[in-house]
Every structure is written in C-alpha cells, then in structure tokens.
Ligand binder design. Structure first.
Ligand code: SF4
Ligand code: SF4
Length: 467
C-alpha cells in the first residue's frame, strides 16, 4: 500500500487511511484495559481523551464514518504519545504508530493556524535542519541565561506580572553550550581510554573492542554537554572505540509526533547514510525519545512507496540499522563485569529514578537501567512513585498544550514530593531522556523542591574515580 500525497486533494479521508497500512487498528478489542494507564484520561475523565476513545476516532476515519474535523482532531492532538497504553494493552495494538500516521494525514490534509505554520517553518523545518542555526540558537540562549533574565523573571515580582506559561518556560531552558558535540568529535575514531592511558583496564578485559557510533541529536548536540561527554567517557572506559558521525542529523521524533513525516523521512535517510559503512557494533543513544524514533524508522516508509520520497532501500537495511540502535543504559548493563572493574566511589547515596515513557513503553527498556544504577557501590536506588507515568514533556507538548502538560507535570511533582518524603536522604533524581529532564527540572524548580536532576550517565560518570 502507498499514499501518493500529491493526490491529497482528490483522495477522501477513507482512501488516505486505507492506504496508510492501518489494518493493525483491528487488533483493538475495546476491552478498556488501557484506560487507567492514560494520563489524559486521568486528567480529563472523557472517553474521547482515552486510548480506546482515540482508537475509535481513528477507526471511524479509517472506515470513512468520520471526517477530519475539530471534534475528531482535538482529542487526537491532546494525546501525549507517551505510549503507556501500549504497555497496558494485552492485544498488542501499536497505538503510537497508528496515532503518528493519523497525525501525518491530519497535517497533510487540514489547514494549520498561522502560529503553527510559522512554528513549523522556523523551528521544525528550519532550525532542526541546520547545525549552524542550532549552534547560533544555543549561543543566544547561553547569553540569555548568563544575563540573569530567567532568574529575574522567575524569582521576583515579575513572576506574578507575566503570563504563567512564559514564566514556566524560563525554567524549561536547557543548559546551552554554544558548541556542537558532533563537530567537536566528527568522524574521529575515539580509542578506549585505558589503551590511550596505557593503564591496565577495560581494554585488557575485552579481547576485541567493540566499535560503537554515538547519536548526538539536535538540541542535545548543542546543550547539556555533560550528557554526551559522560556517555563518551563511560563507553571509552569499558573499552569501546567510539565514532561520532559528523553528517548525522536530528532523529525526527518531534516531527513524527506532530505529523511532519516528510521532514522525518528526510532525517531518516540522512541518518542511515551517516551510520552505515562505519563497521559499528551498536549505535548508542542517550535520549529515550530519539532512540525510540531511530528504532522505528521503517514505519515512516510503509505508506510512501509511490510518494516523492520513494525509499529504494530494502526493508533489511532498515532492520539492520534499527537493531543496532541501543540506549546507553541498556548497552552498559550488558557488560556488568566491565563496569564492576571500574573505580567507583563507595560514598553512600540515595537516588530517585524516573522511567522516561519512550524508554519504558516504546523501547521496552526498564529493568536493566534500574539494576545497573542499583548495583553501584554505596548507591540505593528508589523508583519514583508512578515512575512509569508521563511527566507532560512529550516533545513540544509542553509548548503546544501548556495547560494539560502542566496538569500532568503536577502529578509527577506530587509523586516526587511523596517519594522524597519517604526517602529524605535522596539528593538526586535521574531520568534518561532530555525532554523529561527539562520538564521535571522545571517542575522541581517552580515548586522549590530541593533535589538536583541528572541524566543517569552524568550520575554514573560523577561516581567514577578517574584521577
Ligand atoms: S488498545 Fe488494547 S487495552 Fe486498549 S481498548 Fe484496545 S485492546 Fe483494549
Ligand atoms: S499515548 Fe499516552 S496520552 Fe495517548 S492515549 Fe496512550 S496513554 Fe493516553
């Protein structure tokens, strides 16, 4: 099946859905077992804002009984795409794939508001396509943060005068580096550190070193530098050769979540070309959302064989690429002996753990990262109450649905308070997705909760006694 998007004005909604490889919607038996896991259903209490309700809407479109109108589109737009319903579903309904295809059809076949068109043009199709623009934006935000304006806005009477969404966005600002990680290391072969230092260590433990590629992303490439640097340090210290392809691009997850499958396809083709022929054993990601997207690239091409972005690659190419994509925590946890040989701090510490939706529900990675962190000498890991619930970040959901996002975040913040009250010694919370990190950090800051938040790899690297 294929959709020719050039015919969008003549094809009916039913025909568009019929051509979108949508038959899996029939797996839903309407049992409702997914309802209690849905953050928007919990907040709004409306069946249309539940997974089952949304699947009814999608099926109505697929069967031609419904049309693309606000009453149908709005509940689908309010979905976080957190995929908690997938984990709860006993029938294996691929909810995320169905929703993302539906959003693609909505975007291609409905009129967008001026604000949305401007956002898409400058942000999703402009900024994320260009490393130079991302570096420039990172510099501007770095200077803005250094100016003290965000603190002035959030910590003084301005917080009461200005719109609350704008005040909250100050807390969301990433720590920008003004530099690109991939450009710094582009295409070098970064050797295992123990070999470089000629010390006895991980490189002697493994007879053959693994060669891995690092995915650097878009915003992450120019912000939160400690996350990529810590990832690199850990990989090299367990004896990996690391390559950071300089021609890789954004993963396209934000685009897919908002229906822009065309731009996401462009990124998918760039990324497969950037990582192939480099003889990699694995492609490492440290952003749960990016990892999930990279592992599902083939979904983007099931409905476009006749479109302009005709994909001539065999399906096996995508499978080969996708199978190599591994989250850093899952990767490290496969080498417990190598990790055990590293010089870890034995200081006692209690750490709270939050499970990002796209790690747990999309990549199905859950137990190993927790085991890994809990196995560190001196560390007691406490899983957050409702760790498996979305924080409300969901790509750019906190910007386009600020009120519902804030309600979902409030629930997360309450869980953090409760877990912290039960574990008063905890000083740190870890979460393995940058979007969740920004969102939960904003929740903690705006609620004056005395906790620092880190990506788990930064916490791991912090506990390595390297000198
Ligand atoms: S998505 Fe799964 S759990 Fe939810 S109603 Fe359908 S079959 Fe039941
Ligand atoms: S993806 Fe999340 S918000 Fe959307 S229906 Fe499923 S559980 Fe609810």
């Amino acid at each position: 099946m294929s959709i020719d998007f050039s015919q969008k004005t003549v094809l009916s909604t039913k025909e568009l859905f019929r051509q979108a490889d949508f038959d899996n919607i029939l797996k839903c038996v309407h049992c409702g077992l997914c309802l209690d896991s849905c953050p928007t259903y919990r907040e709004l209490g409306d069946e249309k804002d539940s997974p089952r309700g949304r699947l009814y809407l999608m099926r109505g479109l697929w069967e031609g009984e419904l049309e693309l109108e606000a009453a149908v589109i709005d509940p689908l737009s309010r979905c976080l795409d957190c995929r908690a319903c997938e984990s709860a579903c006993p029938s294996g309904v691929p909810y995320g794939e169905l929703l993302e295809k539906t959003r693609g059809i909505i975007l291609e076949n409905t009129q967008q508001s001026l604000k949305e068109r401007i956002l898409r043009f400058f942000l999703l199709r402009g900024l994320f396509r260009s490393t130079n623009l991302l570096i420039t934006a990172s510099w501007i935000l770095k200077i803005y943060s250094a100016s003290g304006l965000p603190k002035l806005i959030t910590n003084t009477f301005f917080a009461k005068l200005l719109p609350q969404a704008f005040v909250f966005q100050q807390h969301l600002l990433p720590k920008c580096s003004g530099k690109s990680f991939k450009r710094k290391h582009a295409d070098q072969i970064l050797a295992p550190l123990s070999m470089e230092n000629k010390q006895e260590g991980a490189a002697q433990i493994r007879k053959e070193n693994l060669r891995v590629g690092m995915f650097s992303g878009c915003i992450m490439d120019v912000s939160e530098a400690a996350i990529h640097e810590s990832t690199l340090t850990l990989l090299r210290h367990i004896g990996c050769e690391v390559v950071v392809p300089g021609n890789q691009s954004c993963c396209g997850a934000l685009h897919v979540h908002s229906g822009d499958r065309k731009t996401a396809r462009e990124f998918a083709l760039k990324n497969i070309a950037a990582f192939e022929n480099r003889h990699l054993d694995a492609i490492i990601t440290n952003a749960a959302g990016c990892g999930a997207q990279l592992q599902e690239y083939h979904h983007l091409f099931t409905e476009t064989n006749a479109g302009k972005q005709k994909d001539t690659r065999p399906a096996a190419d995508w499978k080969k690429f996708e199978n190599k994509v591994t989250d850093i925590l899952e990767f490290l946890s496969a080498y417990p002996d190598l990790l055990a040989n590293l010089p870890w701090s034995k200081d006692e510490d209690t750490v709270l753990y939050d499970a990002p939706c796209h790690l747990m529900h999309a990549q199905k990675v859950d137990e190993n990262p927790r085991k890994l962190l809990n196995s560190l000498p001196g560390v007691k890991l406490v899983v957050l109450n409702e760790s498996n619930w979305c924080c409300g970040s969901a790509g750019i959901y906190n910007l386009v649905q600020p009120e519902l996002s804030a309600a979902v975040l409030n629930r997360k913040t309450a869980s953090i308070r409760q877990t912290l009250a039960e574990n008063p010694k905890a000083s740190t919370i870890v979460t393995a997705n940058p979007g969740c990190l920004y969102q939960i950090r904003a929740g903690i800051r705006s609620n004056n909760i005395d906790l620092r938040i880190l990506h788990p790899v930064v916490y791991l690297a912090e506990r390595l006694l390297l000198n």
